[in-house]
Unconditional design. Structure first.
Length: 572
């Protein structure tokens, strides 16, 4: 690890400041498309959905239109935050017994992990309830980039090439990802014509119903996916390959809309998705840290990092004990989010010694084993938007083809493989079951300060998401960094709890430390019992925080994006 470095004087990306609107997304083409919607008078929801659809094209290795897309919307006029889960359910025929009888101790990848796609309904529901534009209007940029192509960039090219062996010749994924039989190279025009056709079909169905009004058109676009030719292609493929997805599973699905969970952290109200995701972890961590003198510990000192890591581990124990689909399991949220419980956890932190994570399911079927966690998955992206009216949009789309879910011929899409995050122990709160939602790692967030500032923020990164989001938020709210500084500060990550992705391994006491942390900090952490492993700048970055902040009363918009991946912020 390198010596001490003042990151604030050497920012890799500018802190974008404007007066009208702003957007930050996982790829610049998505940010550009969303900004154009804002420039043309669309609101944050229109722009966010547009950017999300473009991400489904230009980051198709990270997210899929037929994957997941949890969303938080903030409406300035009513001062209301709304959560749309964007997460599908297990098919009606799914069961733990079916997989255990086949000899599995965890959910395997591929077609066996398929759940109903939640993202299309999430995008369209957000548009219908809170947007102003048609599906065709917000999908136009995504269709263009899919049909006409975009120029391949290094991150996608390297990811696809590195995993070529996982996509054998003859598969639909190989045909799309390896045009002409070779891995795409940086600067090559890359097209996804079947995906363009699928999105165009939905837009055409919308147009055919447009005489009945905007909502009727959006419903027709949705039905094209869940009841029409796309659904039929998905189900036909599953029937031919021993999959479980049926027309009934698709037709009966609808997203869940609810009030987000929230806590107050020193005058900032922070919102997260429910316990069907890991979102409440962020809120619990903030509760634990609320009454600790973080400023006194010093930013990114050994004492500060030790306190964060111990907090993360304690809250992760709650995740494993309690978090799951609240439609099927009793999640004691009032207790988990209470000040009393936060104090109980806080009192368990030994300031001088690292505790070991305790998992109540450690030796049960389908659950945790120690060893390398394998958390090098390339998955998930993020988009945040604020508009000229003070509305905000926060979404974390995921389920790229890199999850090994088979691409269905003729559609250009891999059906959501999010089932890999379910467990095969019926006693586990995140157990597999018909109609149940897997416990989701993607978790968009939104912060609202008492001065009226609203800031959607989030990141990809699997189990590291809430850890990166926590450090960003503390950097900004406690240590006074502007959003770009708060993003670029080096981060640490605990691996001492079960990986949400099968086979759910963990690495006891391991803390990954990004460059450029001083060696002295790593040495102090080691003395406290942590197993410190460096995260060199040459290694693939799992997290990539972006945020867009609206200081509405001052007419000031700030957008910031992480240099660690290809995220970009734009505004005016």
């Amino acid at each position: 690890m390198s010596s001490s470095w003042d990151f604030s004087k050497h920012l890799r990306r500018p802190n974008i400041v404007g007066s009208t609107h702003g957007i930050a997304a996982g790829h610049i083409l998505a940010s550009q498309a969303g900004l154009q919607i804002l420039e043309n008078g669309g609101n944050a929801i229109d722009a966010g959905v547009c950017a999300g659809l473009v991400l489904n094209v230009v980051e198709s290795q990270q997210c899929s239109f037929s994957g997941v897309a949890p969303i938080i919307v903030y409406l300035r006029d009513t001062d209301q935050a709304i959560s749309i889960d964007g997460l599908g359910t297990w098919p009606a025929a799914a069961s733990i017994e079916r997989l255990t009888e086949q000899g599995h101790d965890h959910v395997p990848g591929g077609i066996e992990a398929t759940v109903v796609p939640g993202a299309p309904d999430a995008w369209i529901t957000a548009l219908d309830r809170y947007g102003t534009l048609s599906f065709a209007e917000v999908a136009a940029a995504a269709i263009r980039y899919a049909r006409d192509g975009f120029y391949m960039y290094d991150g996608m090219a390297q990811t696809v090439a590195a995993r070529e062996s996982e996509f054998p010749a003859g598969t639909e994924a190989h045909r799309i990802l390896f045009p002409g039989g070779a891995a795409p190279v940086e600067g090559q025009l890359f097209k996804q014509v079947d995906l363009a056709d699928s999105l165009t079909y939905m837009a055409d169905e919308e147009a055919a119903a447009s005489g009945k009004g905007r909502s009727a058109g959006l419903k027709a676009a949705r039905d094209a996916f869940y009841k029409g030719d796309i659904a039929k292609a998905f189900v036909s493929y599953h029937q031919r390959h021993n999959g479980l997805l049926t027309m009934e599973d698709l037709a009966e699905y609808s997203v869940s809309i609810e009030e987000p969970l929230n806590v107050d952290f020193r005058g900032t109200r922070v919102y997260s998705c429910g316990p069907w995701s890991q979102g409440p972890m962020l809120l619990q961590q903030l509760n634990v840290l609320h009454d600790i003198d973080l400023e006194g510990l010093g930013h990114n000192s050994a004492g500060y990092i030790h306190t964060l890591v111990e907090t993360i581990k304690l809250v992760a124990q709650d995740r494993e004990r309690f978090y799951g689909d609240p439609k099927f399991v009793d999640v004691p949220l009032p207790h988990l989010l209470s000040a009393t419980h936060a104090a109980e956890l806080r009192n368990q932190i030994d300031p001088k010694r690292a505790n070991t994570f305790t998992d109540p399911f450690a030796n049960d079927n389908g659950l945790v084993t120690a060893g390398e966690s394998g958390r090098l998955y390339n998955d998930t992206t993020y988009v945040s938007v604020v508009d000229q009216w003070g509305n905000a949009f926060s979404a974390t789309p995921s389920d790229g083809v890199m999850h090994l879910s088979p691409v269905v011929p003729g559609t250009g899409m891999a059906v959501s493989p999010r089932g890999v995050q379910s467990r095969l122990n019926p006693a586990h709160p995140a157990a597999l079951g018909p109609g149940r939602r897997p416990r989701l790692t993607p978790n968009p967030a939104l912060a609202r300060h008492r001065d009226g500032t609203v800031m959607p923020f989030g990141t990809p990164g699997g189990d590291l998401q809430t850890q990166a989001m926590l450090q960003f938020l503390l950097n900004h709210t406690v240590f006074g960094m502007n959003p770009q500084q708060a993003i670029e500060a080096p981060r640490v990550y605990s691996y001492d709890f079960p990986d949400s992705f099968a086979p759910h391994r963990r690495e006891p006491r391991v803390v990954r430390v990004e460059d450029p942390f001083p060696a002295s900090v790593a040495d102090e952490l080691t003395q406290r019992g942590h197993v410190v492993k460096p995260w060199p700048v040459t290694e693939w970055p799992l997290t990539s925080v972006t945020a867009t902040s609206s200081q509405f009363a001052e007419g000031r918009i700030t957008a910031a994006a992480d240099f660690r991946r290809h995220a970009y912020a734009l505004g005016r």
